[in-house]
Ligand binder design. Structure first.
Ligand code: DGL
Length: 275
């Protein structure tokens, strides 16, 4: 048993897709969330910069005495070198392997689409992991760099004309290829899942990487005997590196009643980038 909070990080509000699931499956856990809103997006940056940012984010969370770290960010997950992750002295999960597992469980035709940030697609990590587990899988990938700024700016309603137009263009090759499963490999994308679903058509299974990571974290904490023994609702604390008001407004749209409304700004550049 461990009553310390779970730490969740992302470049902005995308990681709330993991928080939403954590609130559902682990309602008694405390959560500390960090969204690096002052430096979003990560998904257009080099591996060196993403690693530097991610280590500062992790050190912030460790300073809040978290019992595990969830990198609820596809870009961080696919960019952090394995050699570095192996050195972590705390329970950690990213989104890659739980998402791939969920996609393979959902797909019948083994024709799987992956959409993610440009940095994630460049790493080839989703394609590699899918093919490692199922060499027969056919993978069609597309970078969707405009989705993150659209989500961060609140262009998230199902009938938003701008986001719809962008989605139609990005998703056309995946539709044409006839994928039966689409991995939302950036945690921002599930925020606009209803719109993406409308564009792809009802038969395509959408795999939410934030949810997959949260479900995996729950299993990990249970296995390690690290779940809380409290029976009251957990507390969520949100931290960002830029204007808390913008984050609070958009987060409350997304999390609804799950959002407690307390957001504090911190100076993330003060944290070390070594582990
Ligand atoms: N949510 C992040 C991800 O999953 C967004 C990356 C970005 O900031 O571009 O990749």
């Amino acid at each position: 048993m461990d009553n310390r909070p779970i730490g969740v990080l992302d470049s902005g509000m995308g990681g709330l897709t993991a928080v939403r699931e954590l609130l559902r499956v682990l309602p008694h856990e405390d959560i500390v969330y960090f969204g690096d809103t002052g430096r979003v997006p990560y998904g257009t940056r080099s591996a060196e910069i993403v690693t530097h940012y991610a280590l500062q984010d992790i050190n912030f969370l460790l300073g809040r005495q978290v019992k595990m770290v969830i990198a609820a960010c596809g870009t961080v997950t696919t960019t952090l070198p394995d050699s570095l992750v192996r050195r972590f002295q705390f329970p950690y999960t990213g989104v890659l392997s739980p998402t791939v597992e969920a996609a393979l469980a959902a797909s019948r035709s083994r024709k799987i689409g992956v959409i993610a940030t440009a940095t994630t697609i460049r790493t080839g990590a989703y394609e590699r992991e899918l093919k490692k587990r199922d060499p027969e899988a056919e993978v069609i990938s597309a970078a969707c760099p405009l989705f993150v700024p659209l989500v961060e700016n609140g262009f998230v309603e199902r009938d938003n004309k701008v986001t719809r137009l962008v989605a139609e263009q990005y998703l056309a090759p995946l539709k044409e290829a006839g994928v039966d499963t689409l991995i939302l490999g950036c945690t921002h994308y599930p925020v606009i899942a209803p719109l993406i679903g409308d564009v792809m058509g009802g038969k395509v299974a959408l795999i939410d990487s934030g949810r997959a990571a949260a479900d995996h974290a729950r299993r990990l904490l249970a296995e390690e005997n690290l779940l809380t023994d409290r029976k009251t609702a957990g507390k969520c604390s949100y931290f960002v590196s830029d204007a808390p008001e913008d984050f609070a407004r958009n987060a409350s749209i997304f999390l609804g009643e799950g959002f407690c409304g307390e957001v504090a700004r911190i100076e993330i550049t003060n944290y070390p980038d070594t582990i």
